[in-house]
Ligand binder design. Structure first.
Ligand code: XBP
Ligand code: MG
Length: 253
């Protein structure tokens, strides 16, 4: 069966949003609330073991701050911090400092031109997705995607397969008709858990993750002038960048 749709993760896959986007926004929210929490680049890599901002803050307190005395309204505090963090994050995206990764816009445009359907499956908050897509693809950026599955719409975040199941159901497509794009171990566990063939583009935080079962592992999607490096998975026969033709070829195998 030929494929009909591409389903993209957002953070780390469409753009390198974690180190200079989410991390910075969390720290601004902590400072604003008068907390002494400060997530440096290295610590944030460890915190990425847990997907979802609210879940990540709880994990930080449990694992790294045994000294922190939780106030009675800790649940509310986490909600409030997360809301502030989203405000800082969307403001950062509006500044437009975080570009799409190499080859992303090219592949999205090519898919649209060829009638390949597009969707998003992410743990991040919907407002964050909107802010990134508008800042990078333009005011109609969200409309490029038929379904945007994001945040708390499913009870279990990645690595659970729920968000991919949610998107497939809304697109009324079987997993075999789609290819997922991910950057992390939690991501590929989620996508393959939903039965999807998955292309990985690694980044600084995920290069040592386990990508067992990936269709293809690349450093990035590549551009005609900036070829990718294939790191694992199917043979790419000398291709320099990932396009719809190469995806068709790989998917057919
Ligand atoms: C992305 C995440 C997100 C963001 C924070 O994971 O883990 O939690 O870091 O987003 P993936 P929120 O790329 O696997 O979807 O703070 O909005 O939850
Ligand atoms: Mg990701």
């Amino acid at each position: 069966m030929d494929f009909e749709a591409l389903i993209f993760d957002v953070d780390g896959t469409l753009a390198d949003t974690e180190r200079d986007g989410h991390r910075v926004a969390f720290n601004r929210a902590f400072r604003e609330a008068g907390l002494d929490w400060d997530w440096d680049v290295e610590l944030y890599g460890q915190l990425l073991a847990v997907a979802g901002g609210k879940e990540r803050m709880r994990f930080y307190v449990e694992r790294f701050r045994p000294d922190y005395e939780r106030p009675a309204n800790f649940d509310q505090l986490v909600q409030d911090l997360h809301q502030a963090k989203t405000r800082h994050y969307t403001a950062l995206m509006e500044e437009g400092e975080i570009p799409l990764r190499p080859g992303v816009e090219r592949l999205l445009r090519e898919a649209r031109d060829q009638g390949v359907r597009l969707a998003i499956a992410t743990t991040t908050t919907p407002a964050n997705v909107t802010a990134l897509l508008r800042a990078t693809l333009g005011a109609d950026g969200e409309e490029w995607f038929e379904v945007i599955g994001a945040g708390d719409v499913v009870p279990h975040k990645k690595p659970a397969p729920d968000i991919y199941g949610y998107v497939l159901e809304r697109m009324d497509l079987p997993a075999s008709a789609c290819i997922a794009f991910e950057d992390s171990e939690n991501g590929i566990r989620s996508s393959t858990g939903a039965g999807l063939s998955t292309v990985i583009t690694i980044n600084g935080y995920t290069r040592d993750h386990d990508f067992e079962g990936a269709l293809l592992v690349l450093d990035n999607l590549g551009e005609p002038t900036q070829p990718f490096t294939a790191l694992a998975g199917a043979s790419v026969n000398g291709s320099r960048y990932l396009d719809i033709d190469l995806l068709r070829h790989l998917h057919g195998k």
